[in-house]
Design a protein around this ligand. Structure first.
Ligand code: SAH
Length: 392
């Protein structure tokens, strides 16, 4: 294994358990190549950790072990997968939820790789070319640790990857594949681009919408994608939902999610349009909603404008408040890892303040348990959700 010297501050951090490597951590990163397994040492050549080089947006690689006697072989990955499986015993046992995250990157010991479980099928997402170079080794370990898998798919999420998604081995899943989440059915497509039709990290929010926040309410689901929040609301007794997403495919997918749950899509609106245009329309027609969900992407460019959580979330909140009924509930969510929980809270709060509207924080949600986060890497906890009830 190549030896690579890390700077003093990096060495201290790594020894404390920080799993991410960055370019400036290395004295001479040029000595290593993408995908190399490396032995990290300090300036006096003392062992610091074992890791790999893999270029992602923010990281240059990940630490895999602090034990010098570890070998980064199939056995090593086999152990990580077994531990991951043990941690999720309750998920495997739950017949009302058949889709969850099986392996969450650094939270499960290997940064740069996540694996999601859908009804016996496993979807690997590789976040760098470096980790993808070890695909054979990692799959070899996976087959031993999880021998009962039905089939494997993969997504390649790094720049210049030759493909976005493909079937890898085992049985092919039906398209769509029906999964359950807290008893609600969702149709997923394992082999279409990077996304499957459902964002598993919002499971707890959907559950609360179904159990508590949806009943009797008229719902606006902004950035609705396949309408998952709306289906949860409708199953929880919402009177009506309006779904707004700029992507064409959202229409047919949202209809499908309603239908497979025995809900009549005709009782709901599915609008393919820019959320900001919809707010203009809703304000003009003085529409009011009792529950509004804001779950935008971190960054989006449409024909007319760009949206970024960092710059535009306060405006989004202000738009929403103007069509929220007096005792309505507003769910604000972001998965932007560059915006901290407190900064996000400020952005939401600012929107309320600028309009002079009172609300209290009724609930706060984050990543569910299967999205394991390393205690030493709180940045991994990217999902932030505030639930506000308007009081004036
Ligand atoms: N809230 C969804 C996930 C949203 S994914 C869920 O829980 O399932 C982000 C979605 O925002 C994408 O479907 C994308 O098409 C949509 N989008 C991005 N910019 C938009 C805009 N300006 N107006 C409407 N939709 C937008």
């Amino acid at each position: 294994m190549k030896k690579l010297e890390v700077r003093k501050l990096a060495a201290d951090r790594i020894r404390k358990g920080y799993p991410a490597l960055e370019d400036y951590d290395f004295q001479r990163k040029g000595e290593a190549e993408e995908g190399d397994f490396v032995k990290l040492v300090d300036s006096s050549h003392t062992f610091v950790g074992l890791g790999y080089i893999g270029t992602e947006k923010k990281t240059a690689g990940w630490v895999l072990s602090l034990d010098e006697t570890d070998q980064l072989d199939a056995k090593f990955f086999d152990r990580q997968f077994r531990l991951a499986r043990q941690k999720r015993t309750a998920f495997y046992a739950d017949d009302q939820t058949t889709a969850f995250r099986f392996f969450n990157g650094e939270g499960d010991g290997v940064g740069g790789l996540t694996i999601d479980y859908y009804e016996g099928y496993y979807v690997f997402t590789w976040y760098s070319e470096g980790i993808y170079k070890h695909k054979d080794l990692i799959l070899q370990a996976f087959r031993v640790a999880v021998p009962d898998f039905k089939g494997i798919y993969e997504k390649l999420r790094y720049p210049n990857a030759p493909i976005k998604t493909q079937f890898v081995e085992g049985l092919e899943a039906s398209e769509p594949l029906a999964v359950l989440e807290n008893g609600i059915r969702y149709n997923v497509y394992l082999n279409e681009g990077w996304m499957t039709g459902i964002f598993l990290d919002q499971r707890n929010v959907r559950r609360k919408i179904m159990e508590e926040w949806g009943l009797g309410r008229k719902v606006l689901n902004a950035f609705s994608y396949t309408g998952a929040f709306s289906v949860a609301a409708a199953m929880g007794g919402a009177s009506k939902t309006v779904n707004v997403d700029v992507a064409n495919r959202s229409k047919e997918r949202t209809r499908e999610q309603f239908e497979v749950n025995g809900l009549d899509p005709e009782g709901h609106e599915i609008r393919v349009m820019d959320v900001f245009d919809y707010f203009d329309y809703a304000k003009k027609h003085q529409l009011r909603f009792d529950l509004i969900v804001l779950d935008p992407p971190t960054f989006a460019r449409t024909k007319k404008r760009t949206f970024s959580v960092e710059k535009d979330y306060t405006e989004l909140v202000k738009d929403a408040i103007q069509v929220l009924s007096k005792d309505g509930v507003l769910i604000t969510s972001t998965n932007a890892w560059t915006v901290s929980r407190d900064d996000f809270f400020d952005k939401v709060n600012e929107g309320l303040e600028e309009l002079g509207v009172d609300a209290y924080l009724m609930d706060e949600q984050g990543l569910p348990e299967d999205f394991a986060v390393s205690a030493e890497y709180p940045e991994g906890h990217y999902l932030k959700v505030f639930v506000l009830e308007r009081t004036s």
